[in-house]
Write a protein that binds this ligand. Structure first.
Ligand SMILES: Cc1cc2nc3c(=O)[nH]c(=O)nc-3n(C[C@H](O)[C@H](O)[C@H](O)COP(=O)(O)O)c2cc1C
Ligand code: SF4
Length: 450
């Protein structure tokens, strides 16, 4: 049984409420933080080696130390609870079942960063979780963990929950800030980075829900102890939301020192492939990261067991590796069609592009159309190279990483499953037969092609 730091108490009856949470040792991390200086808290987080759990894996302590501190200017902490990446649903679990863990982490982090007004920006569809968070915030206020002069420390802090309107792009930190300011969620050009000019042009730290919740065990056990869990630069525990063709989909807290094979096949986690089928491929870190065929998923190109760490999942770069990303682990069995799957993702990214940059705005639409015609038996051999060319021209040429997120799944699908694309081109009748139910939609899209 792996060690649990975040979800250990998630099943304790009544843990959602303040009384039980407190009886179980809740808010001890805030008590500890308030006895330390803000700089000491930042130092502790640095020692822990914690990396941001929102996708990029940037070291949290380092990010916090970059926060500008001009005199007389407010600083803000913003919790990113947008969680719109397909396949990712770990933050929802944490907020729903143990909301005070997030509130506690937020109070401690607000102290460390000097944020008197802290925001939780949450995806609009999580309406019922807003109620849960509001309740936890009200309880924390009633017991003096929020508000004025928290526990006699002289520190004032309030947490506000803001619902988004259901746009994936609002999870990107600068789009999130724009949306929080009441504007359309368009990403900003960086620099300046939020640490210098963020919310209302003030220094701002944006962190993921899981990252901020992890501050609690880090303070409780100490940064050095936390760093001993996991391995290498993947310290602590990580929440993984596992879905797709597995026997036990769900949210798992893992010690990152386990192998991908163990994660997929052990009864403690995914419990193997559903229906006794064979594993075909997996997207290990949410829909934006490259898909890996089974062979490269279980072993790296060097023949070593692939581990559930940031380093191992990205071993081999994009040639033969992928990424930890947001921890959305999507498993595909032997019956799944990679072309159709890639089309589904392409449709999502086309829909979610904010439209500011031409390569992303136009390229995502082109990729969807071309994938659509390949999947529906109207593809040409040249389409595969055309797709490759388009994704290559999007990657790295846009304001925000949504462009990359749209390009990588297409690139990886062609890189590892080119034969499947070719099969579609060479077997148009079979494709049309399979897609009969979608024929109307297909015609619409195909007629719009250049
Ligand atoms: C299109 C897009 C969507 C994103 N969605 C999320 C999200 O839902 N939640 C999240 O924490 N980070 C998301 N991110 C990453 C954030 O921009 C940012 O890096 C993250 O919130 C930083 O938190 P961390 O350092 O704790 O990981 C997204 C990034 C992009 C480009
Ligand atoms: S990459 Fe796409 S989503 Fe990001 S700013 Fe450009 S157009 Fe908008």
């Amino acid at each position: 049984m792996g060690r649990k730091l975040l979800l250990e108490k998630a099943n304790v009856p009544g843990i959602r409420g303040y009384d039980v949470y407190r009886q179980q040792g809740g808010y001890a991390a805030v008590e500890k933080a308030l006895r330390m200086t803000p700089e000491e808290v930042v130092e502790e987080v640095k020692k822990s080696g914690l990396r941001g759990r929102g996708g990029a894996g940037f070291p949290t302590g380092m990010k916090w130390s970059f926060l500008a501190k001009p005199a007389g200017v407010p600083r803000y902490l913003v919790c990113n609870a947008d969680e719109s990446e397909p396949g990712t649903f770990k933050d929802r679990y944490l907020m729903e079942f143990i909301p005070h863990l997030l509130i506690e982490g937020l109070v401690a982090a607000s102290w460390a960063l000097g944020s008197n007004r802290t925001y939780i920006y949450i995806r609009g569809e999580y309406a019922w979780i807003v109620d849960i968070l509001e309740q936890a915030i009200a309880e924390a206020n009633a017991h003096g963990w929020l508000g004025k002069n928290i526990k006699g420390s002289g520190f004032d802090c309030q947490i506000y929950v803001q619902r988004g309107a259901g746009a994936y792009i609002c999870g990107e930190e600068t789009a999130l800030i724009e949306s929080l300011e009441g504007k359309r969620g368009n990403p900003r050009i960086k620099p300046p980075f939020p640490a210098v000019k963020g919310l209302w042009d003030c220094p701002t730290v944006v962190n993921n829900v899981e990252t901020l919740a992890a501050v609690v065990p880090i303070l409780n056990i100490g940064g050095e102890e936390y760093a001993k869990i996991g391995t290498g630069k993947s310290t602590g525990t990580k929440l993984i939301s596992a879905c797709g063709n597995i026997n036990r989909p769900g949210v798992y807290e893992i010690d990152m020192a386990i192998s991908v094979e163990e994660f997929i096949y052990s009864e403690e986690y995914c419990g193997g492939i559903a229906g006794g089928k064979r594993l075909k491929a997996c997207i290990p870190g949410g829909s934006s990261v490259p898909i890996l065929p089974a062979k490269l998923l279980l072993r790296t190109a060097k023949g070593e067991p692939r581990m559930m760490t940031y380093e191992s999942l990205s071993d081999g770069g994009f040639q033969s590796g992928s990424m930890m990303g947001s921890g959305g682990f999507i498993v595909l069995d032997e019956d799944q069609c990679v072309v159709r799957h890639t089309l589904t993702l392409a449709r999502f990214y086309r829909h979610e592009s904010c439209g500011q940059c031409s390569p992303c705005r136009e390229g995502t639409g082109w990729m969807e159309k071309i994938l659509h015609r390949i999947e529906h038996g109207q593809g040409r051999t040249a389409d595969i190279d055309l797709l490759w060319d388009i994704q290559r021209r999007i990657e790295g040429n846009t304001i925000c990483p949504l462009g990359d997120a749209a390009a990588w799944p297409v690139a990886a699908a062609i890189r590892h499953f080119r034969d499947e694309f070719e099969w579609h081109v060479n077997n148009p009748e079979e494709c049309r037969r399979r897609n009969y139910g979608l024929a109307h939609y297909a015609d619409e899209l195909v007629s719009a092609l250049p």
